[in-house]
Structure formats: C-alpha cells, structure tokens
Design a protein around this ligand. Sequence first.
Ligand code: AMP
Ligand code: GLY
Length: 414
Amino acid sequence: MRRCVVIGSGAREHALAWALAKSAQVVVTPGNPGIAAHGITCVVTPSTELDAELFVIGPDQPVVDGLADLLRAQGKTVVGPGADGARLEGSKAYLKEFLASANVPSAAYGVFDDESEALSFLAEMSPPYVIKTDGLAAGKGVLVTADFEEASNDVREKLSGRAFGGAGHTVVIEEGLEGPECSLMVLCDGANVTALVPSQDFKRLGDGDTGANTGGMGAYAPMTSLSSDEFDDIMERIVAPTIRELLRRDIDYRGVLYAGIMLTSNGPKILEYNARFGDPETQALVPLYGDGLFDLLLAVGEGRLDGSPPVASGAAVTVILASHGYPHAPRKSDVITGLGEDGQLARAVEGVTVFHAGTALDANGRFITAGGRVLAVTGVAETLVEARRRAYEAAALIIFEGRVMRSDIALSVA
Ligand code: AMP
Ligand code: GLY
C-alpha cells in the first residue's frame, strides 16, 4: 500500500490523515493521542527522517519555516509550498505588496513600524478599523473594531511587541470591508490549479459573530450561497492573477493556496492567503471527497494536476468544542466525557467523526482537554440541514467543564 506522512498535531491533520487513510497507509508526525486512538499511527520521528510517497504539511509555521524545501531537497514529494510561496501567509505586508503588483482586488492599506505614523494613518480611516499583525499569530492577530480608541490601543500594543512578540513589530492597517466571507482552497501543482468546494468558517468566538477572533469555531461545506458566477469571478479576478504573479516571481507553488475572500458590493476581494489547508474548514471538506484525496494530493505534489475538478458529494458541518478561557487563556486538564477508547463518540451518531485538536490522556486513560480548541465534531450527510443536525446531536454528547461552543454554525444556510 502507498505510504503518506502528515505533519502536524491538530484536528486538521486528524481529518487529513483519516481521509488519506482510505487509500494509503498514513503516519502522522507528531500527531496527538486522539489520532492515535483512532487507529492512525503517530510517531515522534521528524518528517525528514521518514520515508513515504507523499508528505502533507498541515500547520502554517513549518511551511513558513521552509520544511517543504528541506523535504524536496531530499527528493520527497510534498504538498506545501516552499518558504518563498509561504510568504503569502507569513507576512501580511509582503502579501499586500504581492497583491498590489498582481492587480488582485483587496482592501486599501498602509504598513507601519512607527507608532505615530500608524496612528495618524488610522485617524484618516473610517470605521470599521482593521489592524493586522504582520507575522503569524495563530489566526488571532487581526482586530476589527468600530471603536477608534480600541483600534489605537491595539496599534500601540502590537507595535510594542507585547502582543505577538517578533510577529508584531510591523502592523498593517486596512480599509474595513463588508460582505459575506468565503474560504476557497485551491490546489496548485506549480502551474495548474483546481479548486476544492467553497466553504465558510466562523472566526468569532460567540454566536452572531460576536466576541474575539479565534482560530475558528466551526465551518461548513459546500458554501451553497456562492453562485457559479461569483465562483468564476473569484477564479478569474483573484486566483488566476495570483498564479501568474507566482510564476512571474519564479515561485514553484505546490500545495494548497487558501484564499480568504470577502464578497463585497464591489466584487470579491482577498482578505488573506494561507499556504496550507484551512482549520477548521478542512474538517468539513475532506469528508466530501471520499477516498479520492490521496490521488489528488499526489498529483499536486508531482506537478500533474489535469485541471478537472475533483468529485465532491454531500455536505458537512463542523462544530468546534473549545476549552474554558479560549482564546485568551485556555484551561487544560478538564475531563471529557462522551468519548470511547477510540476517541470517537461513545454513543455513535450516524455520519459523525470526532477530530481531535487539543486532547491528552490522563493517568486513568481518560481524554482531557489539552489546548484551546479541543475537538472538531463533523457531521456528514446528503444535505447541510442533516449534516448540521448530526454535528450538533453529537456535540451535545461530549461534555467537559467550561466547554465553549457556538450554537449557530451553518444555522443561516441549513
Ligand atoms: P485574516 O486573518 O486577514 O483573514 O483576518 C481575519 C478576519 O478578520 C477575516 O476573516 C475577516 O473576518 C476579518 N477581516 C480581515 N481583513 C478585513 C478587512 N479588510 N475588512 C473587514 N474585515 C476584515
Ligand atoms: N480558517 C482560517 C484558517 O485556517 O486560517
């Protein structure tokens, strides 16, 4: 059987490994106890010391740090761009410069490392104010607020380096855009692209999109409200010029180009690119591709995508269960009930898989919380309505103290 290595330790990697395991022998490094309990091999051996036909890098940090370059230098086939391509995610300031030269529509902006210049630029903007940390910040480096005071304080905080350390010393201040958001993951093999079905994630902590920005509290796919005209528009106005610009810069981008898009009244605009699979969108996307994921990703890594869209069927809704205090001060070690020894539901619900993000096993072999986002509960069905019903039925069976969960994931569309 073909061998595949997945790099990472969260629910996204659990979902990728679970989907790839339908047609390959999968090893996750380092993985987590929930992935291992699910029967997928987890090892602590670094990926550079493993052998496989395909390597899939999950998280942003190793991609930005150039792990794909290292693996390719060893002759390995990798899904994940090199450090050059990953700068699209690794630096918001670089991203904005790239988009401007590629003529890709996005918000007006300024880049600052000087506090007084940043504050005078901010004073010229109208609300909502958008302040972004330049570097990686686990999805939490963006403030969107109508409150000028709060925005100014955030600029000071970020520029001081207190908020995100080294990632923070430069800020990007952007025009506030409005409209529904769409996540589009595009597979790119260096030259050819094929899009996965559009999805939506829910970044705010609370129901009704209130509260702090998080790494993501839920997702669903497909995003049925995106019309085919809107999809074509995104491919033409955003994805195509981006690929041309990558080629112009001699960047051999082989991996997932994740486009975070806002559908404004002036057409689609790009909010961010990520150089990897989205989290938690992946947990709702991969179940739609049956056993086709391995062949698809192998084609990405080997530079032989044929342009035909991969077949997806059904719908999926993912609900995140986060720990008490998430995202600012997540608490650990709360005992989780409702899971069996395999880390899946003790009382099964049809079409549901539980992907582990931040869990550990205590001395008695019980799953406990071990991170901000703890579990991603995915319901799959023919329709979004049924997928959502299944996800929430399952989520209700998993209890731990202080559990944080949104109750409105995919509510408006299902
Ligand atoms: P980012 O990490 O850049 O995608 O930003 C995280 C979230 O902040 C996005 O999903 C949007 O909800 C919001 N956001 C980012 N940029 C803007 C913008 N220019 N206008 C309005 N909201 C934004
Ligand atoms: N869901 C947003 C991200 O993966 O960055």
